[in-house]
Design a binder for this molecule. Structure first.
Ligand SMILES: [Zn+2]
Length: 496
């Protein structure tokens, strides 16, 4: 446990690697596609044959610019490519093409939403483009394989300032970044596929005995899930505090420098890997095979104009304009298309709240079953608006609307036509409802007795009878009318 008297402040920054959603790789025309058989998307360029020439993928630069602009960065007017030398089996060239001193984007920020509507602005130091390495495959007991399908896939590295001081802030920023790159169409950011990876750097500033003790900065490599990120940061905070307690004079940044550690998923611990390398270890130098990139003003402006409303702004608009709760607005701004669907239905004249109830009710349930976004389940804005209008006009009740929603998603078509065909339009005809009420009363003497006896069981028994009538009507009876008739026939007061 951390002793409150020590006044411990975690200081955390993040490096975030995002694979960009281009059709081809960064410097060759091989397919950028996850899950293909090993070494099928390779060519002399990306496996590092001598004498080949890389050619830059403009789409990757475009996507990286989009992210940099959305992160409020200053976008460079000129950027170039550098070789970062290191030797790994999954990097056959022995260097990675990256950007060293002239990154594409610099000095931006992203807001991390915290509890109760607060936000923290986390500064972005830089966002640069590079190529991904291949992957070592440990699926054979006697040897390790190397799959180079990933080698040369465009990778955006986003580096924050160490502005986060708590696990919650780290998680909020990571989630905001995930949402942003997906929103912009820059990456699918599927973490199981390694399309988004986190590398937190963590140390503690401990106010102790009139001085600030800083623990060694630890960078944890290659975290592939939000869960791993959260556990790692939590674990490191406690590990470093305990190590400092055991040796307050020795366990210090100025004595031990920086370290790389890895996360051991099974043990839920970080483990020491090596002393952290510095920039000079990589022998950066400009890539002689690639020309620099000029990002002129028209290009920058076109990117800026194409970005549109960002997720947090849209979430705010939904809360203010549509009067949604934070939770509703947040759920509808997980991706751009779901919010677009809602906005189009509202533009077609539908009531926002009714649309939201439909989308977050059956819509979210179906999306969850299918593992897709709400927008992807396949309801059109027109159908959504029509169904919401039927609810507003009392042509259908909520139970029946849910059934119509499911049919629209499965078969498409007009909600009104479907409701009519399936006999799901609201029944307000007193005669029909009275017949269902009489049937329910006759079939359930015990519930009737419980209602009439009053006391504890009354509410539950009444609800049961309501349910029976709604069932008999297949969800079409107007609930207010059912309630009124039931109360009058059972001889209990009409209002409660
Ligand atoms: Zn290639």
């Amino acid at each position: 446990m951390i002793d409150a008297a020590d006044n411990v402040t975690p200081v955390i920054g993040l490096e975030i690697h995002v694979e960009l959603a281009t059709a081809t790789k960064m410097f060759c025309r091989c397919r950028n596609h996850f899950g293909d058989p090993p070494n099928t998307n390779v060519c002399p360029v990306c496996i590092g044959m001598p004498g080949v020439l890389p050619v830059m993928n403009a789409k990757a630069v475009e996507l990286a610019l989009k992210v940099g602009t959305a992160l409020n960065c200053t976008v460079a007017e000129f950027t170039k490519w550098d070789r970062k030398g290191y030797y790994y089996p999954d990097l056959p060239k022995n260097y990675q093409i990256s950007q060293y001193d002239l990154p594409l984007s610099l000095n931006g920020w992203l807001e991390a939403p915290l509890a109760e509507g607060a936000v923290k602005k986390i500064r972005i130091r830089r966002a640069h483009l590079e190529e991904d390495a291949g992957k070592n495959v440990h699926d054979h007991p006697a040897h390790t394989g190397v799959d180079l399908n990933r080698a040369g896939v465009p990778l955006l590295e986003i580096v924050t300032e160490p502005d986060m001081n708590a696990v919650e802030e780290v998680m909020s920023l990571a989630r905001a970044m995930h949402r942003l790159v997906r929103w912009l169409g820059a990456s699918e950011a599927n973490m199981q596929m390694g399309q988004m990876r986190f590398e937190p750097n963590i140390n503690l500033h401990i106010a102790h005995g009139g001085a600030i003790h800083k623990t060694p900065i630890v960078e944890v490599k290659n975290l592939n899930s939000f869960r791993a990120l959260e556990r790692t940061v939590e674990y490191e905070i406690h590990r470093q505090y305990e190590a400092w307690q055991a040796d307050p004079d020795g366990f210090r940044l100025e004595k031990m420098g920086k370290q790389n550690r890895g996360y051991d998923d099974a043990r839920e611990q970080t483990v020491f890997q090596r002393e952290k390398e510095e920039a000079h270890d990589y022998r950066y130098f400009p890539d002689p095979d690639l020309v620099g990139v000029v990002v002129d003003r028209p290009w920058r402006e076109r990117i800026r104009a194409g970005i549109g409303e960002l997720p947090l702004a849209r979430r705010g608009r939904y809360m203010d304009g549509y009067k949604l709760t934070f939770k509703e607005a947040d759920a509808l701004t997980q991706d751009a298309a779901t919010g677009d669907l809602l906005d189009s239905a509202v533009a077609a004249g539908a009531d926002a709240k009714r649309c939201v109830n439909l989308l977050l009710g059956r819509g979210a349930a179906i999306a969850n079953e299918r593992g897709c976004s709400i927008a992807q389940i396949g309801i059109t804005p027109a159908a959504l608006a029509e169904l919401a209008g039927m609810l507003s006009g009392g042509t259908i009740n909520a139970t029946a609307a849910a059934k119509v929603f499911d049919t629209v998603v499965l078969e498409s078509g007009s909600p009104m036509v479907i409701a009519r065909e399936q006999g799901l339009l609201a029944v307000r005809d007193g005669g029909a409802i009275e017949a269902w009420v009489d049937t329910a009363i006759a079939a359930n003497p015990q519930a009737v007795a419980d209602v009439q006896a009053g006391g504890k069981q009354q509410k539950k028994a009444f609800g049961f009878l309501m349910g029976q009538v709604m069932q008999l009507s297949r969800g079409t009876a107007e609930p207010g009318e059912v309630q009124r008739l039931l109360r009058s026939k059972l001889g209990i007061p009409v209002t409660d």
